[in-house]
Design a protein around this ligand. Structure first.
Ligand SMILES: C[S@@+](CC[C@H](N)C(=O)[O-])C[C@H]1O[C@@H](n2cnc3c(N)ncnc32)[C@H](O)[C@@H]1O
Length: 251
C-alpha cells in the first residue's frame, strides 16, 4: 500500500484518478506486451548496439527495462505523462545508471534524434497517423518506429466487438497499414500479439485486484469492478483480441 501511504488518503477518500493509479501503479506493465516481441521488433528494425532509443508512453518501464537488457550499450529515454509511472520506472531502471533515463513529458513532443522509437500500447492516444507524423522529426537518419496498436481480426465475434467498444477507431491490419501510409511511412515487419502478451498484463492485474478487494469501497471498488469486467470481456474471446506489432520507417 505504498501508494496510499504516499498520498495520505484512506480508501474511501480516494478520487477516481487515485483509485485508478492505486490499481495500476504497482503492476509489472500497464498494457499487453512480451519481451520476445520486443526482441523481434529490435531485430526487424535493425536497431544497432549503440542506438538512441525512446520508449514513448513507457508506463512503469517494463519495456524500458527489456530494452536496457537487450541493448546494453544503448542510450535509452523513457517518456510518460503520469508522474507515478515515471517514478516507478525510474526506480526500476536505476541500476543502469545514466544511460537509461525516464522523464515526465508529452510523447507527442519528442526531441530526439532517436534510432528507434518504441511505443507499446500507447500510440492510439495520439492516433497512428498523427503520432507517426509527430515523431518524424525526432527520428535519426535511418531511424525506425515500432509500435503496438489494437487490431480487429477477420470476422470478429460479438464478444470481440464488445471488448473494443471503447475504442471505436479500431481497424484491421489493412486499416492500420493505410494510417501508416497516410503518415508517410512504410512497413518493415508486422506481427500479431494474441494470448501471452495479454496474459502478461491481465494475470498480474487479477492478483492485484484480489489483494485490493478486501475493504475496497467507493472509487476504488468501482475501478476494481471495471478492471474485472474488462478482463472478463477478454476471457470471452482471448484468441480474437489482438495488438498488431508493427515496425515502420519513414519514406
Ligand atoms: C496502456 S499504457 C502502456 C504503458 C507501457 N508502454 C506498457 O506497455 O506497460 C499507455 C501509457 O501511455 C501513457 N501516455 C498516454 N498519452 C501520453 C502522452 N501524450 N505522453 C506521454 N505518455 C502518454 C500513459 O500515461 C500510459 O502510461
Amino acid at each position: 500500500m505504498e501508494t496510499l501511504a504516499r498520498w495520505g488518503a484512506t480508501m474511501s477518500e480516494l478520487t477516481q484518478d487515485e483509485a485508478f493509479l492505486t490499481l495500476y501503479s504497482d503492476l509489472a506493465r500497464e498494457g499487453p506486451g512480451a519481451a520476445a516481441d520486443l526482441g523481434w521488433a529490435l531485430s526487424v528494425a535493425g536497431t544497432p548496439a549503440q542506438a538512441r532509443i525512446c520508449d514513448a508512453g513507457c508506463g512503469s518501464g517494463a519495456d524500458t527495462l527489456t530494452l536496457a537488457k537487450e541493448r546494453p550499450q544503448a542510450q535509452i529515454t523513457g517518456v510518460d505523462k503520469i508522474a507515478q509511472f515515471v517514478a516507478a520506472a525510474q526506480k526500476r531502471v536505476a541500476p543502469f545508471g545514466e544511460r537509461v533515463q525516464i522523464r515526465q513529458g508529452d510523447m507527442a513532443r519528442l526531441d530526439g534524434p532517436y534510432d528507434l522509437i518504441w511505443c507499446a500500447g500507447a500510440l492510439y492516444f495520439l492516433g497512428v497517423t498523427e503520432g507517426l507524423r509527430a515523431w518524424r522529426g525526432a527520428l535519426a537518419e535511418g531511424g525506425r518506429v515500432a509500435f503496438s496498436e489494437p487490431c480487429l481480426l477477420a470476422r470478429p465475434s460479438d464478444a470481440a466487438r464488445a471488448f473494443w467498444a471503447e475504442y471505436p477507431q479500431i481497424t484491421d491490419m489493412a486499416g492500420i497499414r493505410a494510417r501508416i501510409a497516410d503518415a508517410g511511412y512504410r512497413v518493415l515487419g508486422e506481427n500479431l500479439q494474441i494470448g501471452a502478451a495479454w496474459e502478461n498484463y491481465y494475470l498480474p492485474m487479477e492478483r492485484r485486484i484480489a489483494s485490493l478487494r478486501p475493504g475496497a469501497t467507493g472509487p476504488l471498488a468501482d475501478a476494481l469492478d471495471a478492471a474485472e469486467a474488462e478482463i472478463a470481456r477478454w476471457r470471452a474471446a482471448p484468441s480474437e483480441i489482438a495488438y498488431a506489432l508493427i515496425v515502420v520507417a519513414p519514406e
